[in-house]
Design a binder for this molecule. Sequence first.
Ligand code: IMP
Length: 430
Amino acid sequence: MPVIVLVGAQWGDEGKGKATDLLGDRLDYVVKFNGGNNAGHTVVIKGEKYALHLLPSGILTPGVTPVIGNGVVVDLAVLFQEIDGLEARGIDTSRLRISANAHVIPSYNRSLDKVSERYLGARRIGTTGRGIGPTYADKMNRMGVRIQDLFDESILRQKVEAALSFKNQVLSKIYNRQAVKPEDVVKELLSYVDRLRPYVGDTALELSEALDAGKVVLCEAGQATLLDVDHGTYPFVTSSNATAGGACTGSGIPPTRIDRVVAVLKAFTSRVGEGPFPTELHDKFGDYLREVGHEYGTTTGRPRRIGWLDLVIGRYAQRINGVTDFALTKLDNYDGLDEIPVCVAYDVNGVRHDEMPINQTDFHHAIPIFETLPGWKQDISGCRTFEDLPKDAQHFVEFVEQRLGARVSIVGVGPGREAVIERHSVLGDA
Ligand code: IMP
């Protein structure tokens, strides 16, 4: 019966794949409810690294049914590349389910994403260039193409023609690109139909029946709280709802069925792309954390921007998502530091802010107010219980927990799937 929602508390790349993986054998379904192949989960299993962009990370766990919900935008070429890549490594992907209502990313939206970023120049968002924004814009504009449309050739043709009658004007007249032939797009999309058919269904109904049958469902967000189109640092956000509310709209699971919300919070902060970042580091500590944490984009390979842990953001994530449990990841990345500054509030033009400023300009001007905690200067990657951690590391976790207002149930202490401390079961009494 339980539904657990898993979200990122910061700007993404907090290590959600690891939390999913930890819960793996206790789950029956893992649902991706937003985003597309802009995401990047890296999961390490038995020393093998798996980088997934579109498929829910639950696909790696035998017995789990992975679901691509209606809130996702699907690049079909990427979908089948990932499926083929996993099959080649002996991973069974036949359980995958895809919502008939999920939207497809047509090739023209990839082109539009890239050219519009170039056009924006210094005002660019720093998108992943995967066509995510234009595809969600089409959905809201009611000119999107859904997975189900691929099974009705005449509808598909009508929809692609309608979209291109507008988009070709934009491509050719604004961006000086060649117009796209509707027939080419239709042909490409139809080429996937036979392979797609066995995966597609009414996933909202399937999930409802699974819950009635007592199954355990994890809804896994792509991106993270501050990249949410409504609650993030707009306009430097992705184009979907990456917060807990998005789990309902993006999967068809109603709010009344959600039991727990787990937010993954990295022990420091990272961000890719443009936009404000109060605790950003431009010194040797930033370089150090980027290197020890291997902080390079899974999707684009871009070096991530790095900053100290920001608990104003952490509390915001707690409030917006209704977090019941935090997973604090990469605590071991601090093993080499003498002391660790943690941002507890902001100074905005001389005024202390304990909560996220509502005004975009204030957030751009926020100067972090730090409290500095002692480091522990020892390797914690072998610790498996809270008591195994050095006292200063325990203190760090307790400090964070107290400031966040929700328990820290999981602590990540290394890259492997086993390098984790589970203080409380997030399935708990649900
Ligand atoms: P888009 O999602 O490609 O439109 O990019 C919008 C913003 O979200 C950019 O700043 C991206 O770098 C960021 N973004 C998108 N997906 C992820 C992710 O999985 N992790 C971190 N940042 C992301």
